[in-house]
Design a binder for this molecule. Structure first.
Ligand code: COA
Length: 604
């Protein structure tokens, strides 16, 4: 069966995964039949799909007509024969028990077309073993979506021992047509890619608890290693019972090293299963959080090393390629970087500016997510070096600036540096930032800022010196220096009026008003706004066009667009910026920021 011939998809099981998959397939234009064993499951699937699609419509991501058309394509039935009749793809998402799977698949395979693709959404059982229930296992495959299917981009395409290559190819293509990114899991191995690497990492974190604290490890992994959540908060979110059960499967099928650690076992046995029971590694009476200071004394390499080693085992065992492991961990576990990318960047070294060269692009990541990527002197110097390297390296055709984590591109200059400065120090800081940012303008290659969150103060100044600004819909732009009793010091006073006009620039700088992404687009501050979940792909597409463009013509156009002498304006800005260190108001502003209160300015 080829992807082109698939018109109808049968989904067996109407639970969270089943109805999510049905929704994804219907939105992609397939006719869908959802089957479960009781009407109440079908009813709740129907309302689940309607709620989810309504949210898309509410946020302007889908039209009401498209929603109605997708809903009209989904039929619900209690009759297995009716569901699979005429379907070219059957996806099963029923409870994870081999006996139940065998029973349903024996019946479904007998009633489905002889050439239909048969796919299980299992996350934990062997594809080869499930396939024993069907007469032609070369058509049987794993098609593992992630929860919630409507949002998560990853599909693990899991090949059983007898699955044919043609079936693998067709399912990869079908996943793409459903808007997903497939990774090819070539070998039927417990946990496939994401669960194998992630759950083993959670267990390794647990093994360190005899020497380090829960909050300490979580704080370090979140604030220093750039993970979206520390391992224990993540275990609590997944559920310690689920983590425990997956590890038991690993222990049995991979080896004793994978046995659940003492702490996970203890939580499992005492039914402290995490968020869902109100207690796990943390208590959930209030929402737990960890700060960067709590990370003190824990070296993130202690955990990143086994994390990368597990990924290496997955590759060495022939389960998947390095590239697919990286893709799977980023899309399936929401990690900012895959394990092999982490390794190539120098494991766990806390560089505040990361650089990576890929496909003709120099990616410069501002990497201080715990402090919203606020910019230190050291970081400006590292950016300066990276820019020099970008000019010298002929293979680099475009530079892309990004912010680490999902909250900020850069929330401005690091305010904590300010109290230690005097007038001279402040002038130097202003000139350093101006110089580095002007280098971006003068660079003979296009520079793009991918703004995913807060883009404030010196962060906005970084962005406005780039040739293009692409915003996620979560982005917000501002020059909040005025709230500190300060002025902008890295070029906004002359760049911002030129970009968006004097009135709005003055308003932003003199009142600190922030613009959301839509407003920023309307006033020409950004080139485009993309939905958060598509942001990375859209940015890549945009940058690729520049990489493929004619370098000499791009250089000439960039030079002409920026043909202005800004020397005098920069000097005046640096003088005014540093002059404010002579007065008390600035320190009042900084104290107020630190104390989270409104400042009282006196003009002295
Ligand atoms: N310099 C130094 N640290 C900064 C910072 C900056 N410009 N911006 C944010 N941070 C730090 C915060 O102090 C905080 O650190 P902590 O967790 O150790 O206390 C951390 O980043 C998270 O920021 P927080 O303020 O707790 O987040 P929030 O969601 O409440 O507010 C902002 C987000 C962006 C509105 C707020 O951080 C802010 O106003 N930042 C300053 C922006 C600014 O004035 N920039 C221009 C500087 S010249």
């Amino acid at each position: 069966m080829e992807a082109d011939n698939v018109k109808k998809v049968a989904v067996l099981g109407a639970g969270v995964m089943g109805h999510g998959i049905a929704q994804v397939a219907a939105v992609a234009g397939y006719d869908v039949a959802v089957r479960d064993i009781a009407q109440e499951f079908l009813d709740s699937a129907d309302s689940g799909v309607k709620n989810s699609l309504s949210r898309f419509v509410g946020r302007g991501r889908m039209s009401q007509d498209d929603m109605d058309a997708a809903l009209a394509r989904i039929k619900y039935t209690l009759d297995l024969g009716e569901a699979v009749r005429g379907a070219q793809l059957v996806v099963e998402a029923i409870p994870e028990r081999m006996d139940i799977k065998h029973k349903v698949w024996a019946e479904a395979a007998a009633k489905a077309a002889k050439d239909a693709i048969l796919a299980s959404n299992t996350s934990s059982l062997s594809i080869t073993m499930i396939a024993e229930a069907v007469p032609n296992p070369e058509r049987f495959i794993g098609m593992h979506f992630f929860n919630p299917p409507a949002m998560m981009k990853l599909v693990e395409v899991n090949q059983g021992e007898k699955t044919s290559e043609a079936t693998v190819e067709a399912v990869q293509e079908l996943a793409r047509r459903m808007g997903k990114t497939p990774v090819w899991v070539r070998k039927d191995a417990p946990g496939f890619i994401v669960n194998r690497v992630l759950v083993t990492y959670l267990n390794e974190a647990g093994k360190l608890l005899d020497k380090y604290g829960v909050e300490q490890i979580d704080a370090a992994m979140q604030h220093k290693a750039g993970m979206p959540l520390g391992p224990f908060m993540l275990s609590d979110l997944i559920g310690t019972d689920i983590v425990y059960n997956i590890l038991k499967v690993f222990e049995e099928h991979i080896g004793p090293d994978y046995a659940p650690c003492a702490r996970i076992t203890e939580l499992y046995e005492s039914k402290k299963l995490g968020r869902k029971t109100g207690e796990g590694f943390y208590s959930y009476e209030t929402r737990p959080s960890v700060t960067e200071d709590q990370a003190e004394g824990f070296d993130v390499r202690l955990l990143l090393k086994p994390f990368v080693e597990e990924a290496e085992k997955v590759v060495a065992e022939g389960i998947a390629s390095e590239e697919d492991v990286d893709t799977a961990m980023k899309l399936g576990a929401n990690l900012p970087r895959g394990p092999f990318e982490m390794k190539s960047m120098g494991l766990g070294e806390e560089k505040p500016i990361l650089t990576e060269k890929k496909d003709g692009i120099l990616i410069v990541t501002v990497n201080r997510p715990g402090k919203l990527n606020s910019m230190t002197t050291e970081m400006l110097e590292l950016i300066d070096e990276a820019l020099d390297d970008a000019v010298a390296d002929k293979s680099i055709r475009c530079i892309l600036f990004k912010g680490a984590g999902d909250r900020a591109f850069c929330a401005g200059a690091d305010i904590s540096q300010f109290p230690n400065l005097d007038v001279d120090g402040a002038r130097k800081l202003s000139k350093l930032g101006q110089g580095v940012y002007r280098k971006i303008m003068k660079l003979p290659k296009p520079v793009v800022a991918a703004v995913n969150g807060y883009c404030l103060g010196g962060g906005n100044e970084l962005a406005i010196h780039c040739d293009f600004r692409l915003a996620s819909e979560k982005a917000s732009f501002g020059q909040p220096e005025v709230n500190l009793g300060l002025i902008t010091g890295w070029g906004a006073t002359y760049m911002l009026p030129r970009l968006i006009g004097k009135s709005l620039a003055a308003e932003m700088m003199m009142t600190g008003r922030r613009l959301n992404a839509e407003e920023a687009l309307r006033v020409g501050l950004v080139n485009a706004v993309y939905p958060a979940e598509e942001f990375e792909a859209k940015v890549q597409g945009f940058v690729k066009a520049l990489v493929d463009g004619p370098p000499l013509a791009l250089t000439a156009m960039k030079k002409l667009v920026n043909l202005e002498d800004l020397e005098a304006a920069s000097k005046a800005e640096a003088d005014e910026f540093s002059g404010l260190w002579n007065y008390r108001d600035l320190m009042e502003g900084i104290e107020a920021f630190n104390e989270r209160r409104k400042p009282e300015f006196k003009g002295e």
